[in-house]
Design a protein around this ligand. Structure first.
Ligand SMILES: Nc1ncnc2c1ncn2[C@@H]1O[C@H](COP(=O)(O)OP(=O)(O)OP(=O)(O)O)[C@@H](O)[C@H]1O
Ligand SMILES: [Mg+2]
Length: 574
């Protein structure tokens, strides 16, 4: 009896926790429409206070955009683009009915209901809930998130050591809360553990599959830091609790449903899904809607954006070398060639939308037929990201990108050769990396660039490379090279091929040396086999010489056992 009462007493807190869990579940389901348009401001603030951590934030790159100058008559070919920036992405509409998006609110709703294997579960469950905008108070929400403990983070045992060490260092610097200490501990342990205690890598199984009444973002990911804030949303560096790998999670800043942002968010997801995997396009893993915000899980590029790299170089008084510029141009062209080959255009190519991977090997890259990352000058890989403006070439719905990189023909609504608009923007991007002054948003300078006049650069580029850059800005679209042509261009290929050849020669020499060493060992082994008396201890009978082996090849010892052979084994000539 005494034992039974003890058990009951011990059970009481667990029952209370269970009850809490159930009530939180109810609470959670009721918050589905908190971000509905009528309450967007509050929700946005709530979101900001909840999700944005006061951690390191990369310098914000202001990228004003054109304010949807949709219908423009040819007479609008004025000297200065009339379009005034600050930008269409942010224009949240007050009601779904007013939505100007070509994907109407109804379709968005339907999209959430379509039950395909690729439809995120969270999206489906959310869609099945009533659309009433039952709001929960800030306090309730706080309670909900405070009471539930997030599952721990698994440490991926396949993470290369260098990456793991970097993560551990970052972990130490980030000053995490007690809740996530476990991850830090296991991460640290994984660096020092021996083979016998490799089990320590793996958390108890129940943790990996446990269901928690948290948002998908919080239950599946551990947020490490905010790595960028764009017009559309904020991007967080996160570790996925299950696989222990890093991802860039992009979350729209404002509630989506019924807003113009909805179209952009969907465009980005559609484009990523269609594009699949290419070494020069930021990889997409998953997307879902949460509290009416779109969340996109992408590959994390450890070198940040090209824009950040340009700013950093500038501060250090350095410039991208011509070889690096050629790599940049070639690799982004490869990504564009792929995008264009699928009948799509990016329409927002600029330094802040090109990302750098510094550990391509670790990320399993360099598998493209077209390239070999051994041949890149800086050993980094450039990738095209931010697909929010992607549209198809056949039936373009052009949401113009940043006016600083906008081709003149797009401003004049000539959409007959949109891939060349990407090439124009790429030309300006490479010029910026070469040290060109910031691109103008309008005015005479803006026009002179569109007339094919290159800006002054602080470094001397070779004549062939300069004229190649010049051709990217050519106002005559037929003279502006295509991505396909750029990928084959000798100016870009020559050096790269030379570097690859040199690298292959080095590797060949290493292999030759290894072969020579093996041959030497083999010779020694043969020698030892031919003069066995010298090496055998006294009293031991020498084995039969090669020449005196029985003709049938019968073995003298171990006749009944399977024969295993190895090089360098005296007694068995090869
Ligand atoms: N995959 C990634 N890896 C590393 N950093 C990233 C990644 N995605 C985004 N970032 C960082 O976040 C910033 C904003 O990202 P992104 O361009 O996707 O958002 P955005 O809201 O569309 O921005 P904008 O409208 O200004 O182009 C980038 O400039 C970069 O610094
Ligand atoms: Mg961007």
């Amino acid at each position: 009896m005494c034992c039974f009462s003890t058990v009951l007493r011990d059970l009481a807190p667990s029952m209370a926790t269970l009850y809490d869990g159930i009530s939180q579940q109810l609470d959670f389901t009721s918050c589905g429409e908190e971000g509905s348009s009528s309450s967007s401001d509050n929700s946005s603030d709530d979101y900001t206070s909840r999700i944005r951590s006061p951690r390191i934030r990369s310098p914000r790159i202001c990228s004003p955009r054109i304010q949807s100058p949709r219908i423009r008559s040819p007479s609008s070919a004025c000297r200065t683009p009339r379009v005034q920036r600050h930008r269409s992405r942010s224009s949240t509409l007050s009601s779904p009915v007013e939505c100007t998006s070509p994907i109407p609110y109804a379709s968005w709703k339907k999209l959430r209901l379509c039950d395909s294997p690729s439809t995120p579960k969270s999206l489906l469950s959310k869609s099945s809930q009533p659309c009433s905008s039952t709001k929960i108070s800030r306090n309730q929400r706080t309670l909900r998130f405070n009471y539930v403990h997030a599952p721990c983070v698994n440490v991926n045992p396949f993470t290369p050591d260098t990456v793991r060490r970097n993560s551990e260092q970052q972990w130490r610097n980030s000053g995490r809360s007690d809740d996530d200490e476990d991850y830090g501990r296991r991460l640290k342990h994984s660096l020092t553990s021996s083979e016998e205690d490799d089990d320590a890598f793996l958390p108890p199984k129940r943790r990996a599959v446990q269901a928690f009444m948290l948002s998908r973002y919080e239950s599946e990911f551990l947020e490490l830091e905010c790595i960028g804030v764009g017009e559309f949303g904020a991007v967080y560096k996160c570790v996925k609790r299950l696989d222990g790998c890093l991802y860039a999670i992009k979350r729209s800043r404002r509630p989506l449903a019924g807003s113009a942002n909805e179209q952009l968010a969907l465009k980005e997801v559609y484009a990523h899904a269609v594009l699949g995997h290419h070494p020069h396009v930021v990889r997409y893993y998953s997307a879902w809607a949460e509290d009416d915000h779109m969340i996109i899980q992408n590959e994390y590029c450890d070198g940040g954006s090209l824009n950040n790299a340009i700013v950093t170089k500038e501060m250090q008084g350095e410039l991208f070398s011509e070889a690096e510029l050629k790599d940049l141009l070639l690799e982004v062209s490869m990504g564009l060639k792929y995008i264009h080959s699928l009948g799509l255009v990016h329409l927002d190519i600029k330094p802040s939308n090109i990302f750098i991977c510094q550990h391509p090997r670790a990320a399993g890259e360099g598998e493209s037929e077209e390239e070999d990352d051994r041949s890149t000058s800086a050993g980094v890989i450039y990738k095209i990201g931010d697909l929010g403006h992607v549209t198809s070439t056949n039936s373009p719905q052009v949401e113009e990108g940043d006016s600083r990189f906008l081709a003149s023909e797009v401003l004049h609504e000539d959409y007959s050769n949109l891939p060349k608009a990407d090439i124009f923007a790429l030309g300006l991007t490479v010029l910026l990396a070469a040290g060109a002054p910031p691109m103008p948003q309008n005015g005479d300078e803006w026009h002179s660039l569109r007339e094919g006049k290159l800006p002054k650069l602080p470094q001397e580029l070779s004549a062939p490379f300069s004229s190649l850059l010049q051709s990217l800005l050519d106002p005559d679209l037929t003279k502006r090279l295509s991505a396909r042509e750029l990928c084959k261009h000798t100016v870009l290929r020559e050096e790269r091929t030379g570097r690859l050849a040199a690298q292959l020669r080095r590797e060949l020499n290493v292999e030759k040396f290894r072969t020579a060493m093996l041959e030497k060992e083999l010779q020694e082994a043969r020698q030892a086999a031919l003069s066995p008396k010298q090496s055998l201890p006294p009293g031991l009978k020498p084995p039969a010489k090669m020449g005196s082996l029985p003709k049938s090849g019968r073995r003298l010892v171990g006749r009944k056992t399977a024969r295993s052979m190895s090089f360098g084994c005296p007694g068995y000539g090869v």
